[in-house]
Design a protein. Structure first.
Lengths: 108, 115
């Protein structure tokens, strides 16, 4: 069965302390690996799409990378406003299947 | 663009009552998705439409759930009768056909509590 697994479930970092979130998947026919950010009480907000192993994309303090079986979301020198739940999803055909997310807390 | 618009934002209802959630997708988008989010199961796809036609409803949990899309700018998700285990956040999302990839844009969600 196709699965998307995210780790860790929760992560607390000091402001400025860099780290990475992991998303691993088992799937054939992958049509994109997606990262979303979700703030409390809000809908998921699109961040990145990656299609090929070796691909990287950046936005402010976030960088997403992709290998054949996993993706990483690297956060560099995070700020308190980066606190959110980060969701990854794999695309297949027209659908997205989501992992359960990593709840990131940045402590000032 | 106003984004995906959902209503109501919050609904509290009694068990056995009918619940109707509404969605207006982004103008020009050809795909519409209904997701449900719970703490235990995360985000689950319930059903999606392409050009107003239901394509895959395999995620709809029971016959109590139904969804319609009478036109390109409106969709409903109905639960009848509602049960406490239906309590969740229901998200509507949309995307454009022909755009590279599957980037899906979400609404703010409808928070449903069934007591």
């Amino acid at each position: 069965e196709d699965q998307v697994t995210q780790s860790p479930e929760a992560l607390r970092l000091q402001e400025g302390e860099s780290s990475s979130l992991n998303c691993s998947y088992t799937v054939s026919g992958l049509r994109g690996l997606f990262w979303y950010r979700q703030d409390p009480g809000k809908g998921p907000e699109f961040l990145f799409t990656l299609y090929s192993a070796g691909e990287e994309k950046e936005k402010e303090r976030l960088k997403a990378t992709l290998t054949k079986k996993e993706s990483f979301l690297h956060i560099t020198a995070p700020k308190p406003e980066d606190s959110a739940t980060y969701l990854c999803a794999r695309g297949i055909r027209e659908k997205l299947t989501f992992g359960t997310g990593t709840r990131l807390t940045i402590i000032p | 663009d106003a984004g995906v618009i959902q209503s109501p934002r919050h609904e509290v209802t009694e068990m056995g009552q009918e619940v109707t959630l509404r969605c207006k997708p982004i103008s020009g988008h050809d795909y519409l998705f209904w997701y449900r989010q719970t703490m235990m199961r995360g985000l689950e796809l319930l059903i999606y439409f392409n050009n107003n036609v239901p394509i895959d409803d395999s995620g709809m949990p029971e016959d109590r759930f139904s969804a319609k899309m009478p036109n390109a700018s409106f969709s409903t998700l109905k639960i009848q009768p509602s049960e406490p285990r239906d309590s969740a956040v229901y998200f509507c999302a949309s995307r454009a056909q022909g755009v590279s990839g599957n980037t899906i844009y979400f609404g703010e969600g409808s928070w449903l509590t069934v007591v």
